[in-house]
Design a protein around this ligand. Structure first.
Ligand code: SF4
Ligand code: SF4
Length: 372
């Protein structure tokens, strides 16, 4: 694998418009926060202003289902007036089956619509979305959107035990609908997804062939494909699909006060336990426990199989805000191992190589030092 630059994703402001939704997705991560209320226009305006002060030029309108907010069109216009150059909505797409509503949204300044599509058929999508008829409305929304010149149309697919065997068919469907940008989202153990874990969970490593087929198909079609929250060992040999490490910051930011309380209180996280091994933050949370015990964290050493100084002096203290700790973790301690590490005599002592090194050099750069 040749060395490549890893550029950080463009800074985006996520703004929640509502705590209501017209779908009842089996895997909804947000279910515990959905009480049916819409956010006030004042609150949304402050969040939009805050994003501009943070230097964001892109805004992502989210929910619940953001398009059912009664002031949805006005909010898009407001975002534009405040200086956002790209206004994106993440949606189940049902409201956009009304072509006039979509036309007004685009006229107000909507730049991108990301449709959630979770099934290759009405039966599969509607089962996951929890609403009969959702699929046909979403597909009508997509067909309305792709006709609008200049509007970017993309898709999110939450990959889970119900639809993973149909993933190739879902992606093929997106292409037939003229969508060639999509993000595969890995299921994480929160909200309704955790309640329905028995139905929804699967082992991604058992489905490597399906993912490989989808990646090759997307490449042949010239599509833009991203992965989100997938366990990194799944992407051995597919390093170009590893998500940028900075995305961990968004995960931590969403629960900033919970993490800060955890660091200072000595108590357990509300979510710790059985679900941790399925969570994208598992390594980070283990590091926080070490930080609590020792009062600081050091940079991870470079593994023996790679050139470089084995130990670094850099450290972060337990008195820091969790966002500073997360930035340190991403820079200095976010590591991963290759399948070959199981054969290495350093395996027990070694934490693996930094994710960015693996993104640049590939997992194949981790060559066992002696054999067990
Ligand atoms: S790894 Fe951390 S954030 Fe994830 S479930 Fe466990 S305690 Fe919660
Ligand atoms: S091969 Fe794996 S276990 Fe061995 S030194 Fe390299 S990263 Fe560590």
């Amino acid at each position: 694998m040749t060395k490549k630059a890893i550029s950080a994703p463009q800074k985006r402001k996520w703004v929640r418009l509502t705590r209501a939704c017209n779908n009842r997705c089996l895997f909804c991560l947000d279910a515990d926060a959905l009480d049916g209320r819409h956010e006030s226009l004042d609150g949304i305006t402050s969040a939009l202003r805050e994003g501009r002060e943070e230097g964001c030029r892109r805004v992502v309108l989210s929910g619940g289902e953001p398009a059912i907010h009664p002031e949805f069109i006005r909010i898009i216009g407001l975002a534009r007036q405040l200086g956002y150059t790209h206004v994106q909505v993440i949606t189940n797409g049902r409201m956009f089956s009304y072509s006039e509503f979509l036309r007004q949204a685009v006229k107000a300044g909507l730049s991108e619509v990301t449709f959630s599509v979770h099934g290759a058929s009405a039966a599969q999508h509607d089962r996951l979305a929890g609403v009969p008829g959702a699929f046909s409305q979403t597909l009508l929304g997509i067909s309305n959107a792709v006709k609008i010149r200049g509007l970017i149309v993309s898709s999110d697919i939450v990959v889970n035990g119900v639809n993973v065997d149909s993933l190739f068919e879902i992606v093929s469907l997106l292409h037939r609908l003229k969508i060639n940008e999509y993000d595969l989202l890995h299921l994480i153990p929160f909200g309704r997804a955790w309640k329905n874990w028995k139905i929804l969970s699967y082992n991604p490593l058992d489905k490597k062939n399906i993912f490989r087929r989808v990646f090759r198909f997307a490449e042949a079609a010239g599509a833009h494909l991203w992965t989100n929250r997938f366990p990194l060992p799944l992407l051995e040999g597919e390093e170009r699909y590893m998500q940028h490490p900075d995305k961990i910051l968004d995960e931590v930011r969403g629960a900033r006060s919970v993490f800060n309380k955890f660091i200072r209180s000595g108590k357990k996280m509300f979510c710790s336990g059985r679900r941790c091994r399925f969570c994208v933050l598992e390594q980070f949370c283990l590091d926080l426990e070490k930080l609590r015990a020792a009062g600081f964290l050091r940079a991870a050493p470079v593994p023996r199989c790679l050139p470089g100084k084995p130990f670094e002096r850099k450290r972060v203290s337990g008195g820091s805000d969790v966002m500073e700790i997360a930035a340190f973790y991403i820079r200095e301690r976010m590591t991963v191992k290759a399948a070959a590490c199981a054969q290495c005599r350093e395996n027990i002592r070694c934490r693996g190589a930094h994710v960015k090194t693996v993104m640049q050099k590939g997992f194949s750069a981790l060559v066992p030092v002696g054999r067990v």
